[in-house]
Design a protein around this ligand. Sequence first.
Ligand code: FAD
Length: 465
Amino acid sequence: MEQIIIDKFRKSIHGQLILPGDEDYDEVRKVWNGMIDKHPALIVRCTDEADVIAAVNFARTQELLVAVRGGGHNVAGFGTCDEGIVIDLSPMKKIEVDTVNRTARAEPGLTWGEFDQATQVHKLATTGGLVSTTGIAGFTLGGGFGWLVRKYGLAVDNLLSVNMVLANGQKINAGPSENAELFWGVRGGGGNFGVVTSFRYQLHDVGHMVFGGAFFYTAEKAIELLRFYRDWTPEMSDELTTMVAFITAPPEPFIPKELVGTPMIVLALCYTGPVSQGEEVIEALRSATKPDIEHVGPVPYLALQTMFDDTAPNGIHSYWKTEYFGNLNDDTINVLVEQATKMKELSHFSAVHLHHWGGAIDCVDKNRTAFTNRNAPYVLNVIGQWNDPESADKHIAWTRNFSRAMQAYSTGQKYLNFMGDEDRSRVKAAYDPITYERLVALKNKYDPTNFFRLNQNIELTANGA
Ligand code: FAD
């Protein structure tokens, strides 16, 4: 590309334009997943909507491959690319909280940690991620669940409207009464239709304190614990959100020295009802399962939101697979535990998360948003994670074999936010067929050249609309 063209573009934006050879290029090109090592030709660090419009127009006229980055946590590394342009939204971090209507208008460069800090000043929150460094943008567009999900629904269920920039550079608002079909598609359709420059969310009166934390069990109790979990979860209050995780015990002060580094099962939870009732709500769990370690009680919501941060440091190498289960029958549990046991040969950052959904997720009409895989109660995330690049093959093979072994028990549905770089048939599995066709029609209308293609891509009908 001619220097004169680059210079003209640089002058037209308020943010920074970073090119190979610039001092901070190697730092800025990184995304969360250390396994992704891409070298974009240009990185535009947008500071406002005008920068996003300029970047989209520049990329289109120069026919560049486009990656859009919010928090950079997409595990497949869709937030960057080789040779093309990265539209980096991470400097866009404004947030306005309306305490009267309990809403927040938030820019796409915010992480959940930053969002929570701003809303918790007013004792408010909305459903955000389990790791505070995750970006609000990609998270929300793919569904988005966290500790508040069973009470308040997914992030898409709390989304009230968005401002976007389309592939043709046009600004557009989408909400229930304005471009409603696009608003439907944005809520679960990922980054397929344009760049969102601001999200407006419903907030809730969560308070500063919730009841939560984690029980820890030694590995031989896995089957017994999962059988209890299967019977307990259908009875559970919607104010209680839980997950079971297979981990390697970390060197935390509350873990006895002899257990650090051993395989353990964690049952992590958040109760958003009255804190004083927390003990009562978990009594059946505690008495039936007899945890080896208890780390549960009243906890600041902000602390709970960072509880898992150390398990997913920036730059870790990561490879994920996801499945949904309609139930946890004995066969499913046996195979799951058998596969998880093989984790002992892997880096201690590897883990298996089994999330319990239902509650408010399942109460939403299936046609209200493009996020339609709502009714399976359990979502599995198999997480191969390591630091040593030499051990990539071992971790990827474990993750793939695990996922393959679970196929017979899975509903076949997928959770968009946990998908790696999957083929089209697996992207389709994130939707029911009618929803997918509706998304294809939107893609034809709003992005007929597949300008936004580095995402879980919705396939255009041949020749667009
Ligand atoms: P990015 O990599 O920046 O973006 C991902 C993709 O989203 C981009 O490639 C682009 O296609 C699209 N995109 C991003 N910003 C925009 C925008 N403004 N406009 C249009 N498209 C855009 N998910 C959950 O649901 N719950 C969890 O608890 C959870 N925990 C996680 C913990 C970790 C450590 C990680 C790595 C991921 C987690 N996820 C979770 C998955 C997460 O939701 C997805 O990885 C999501 O894509 C991250 O969003 P991001 O903005 O950080 O990612």
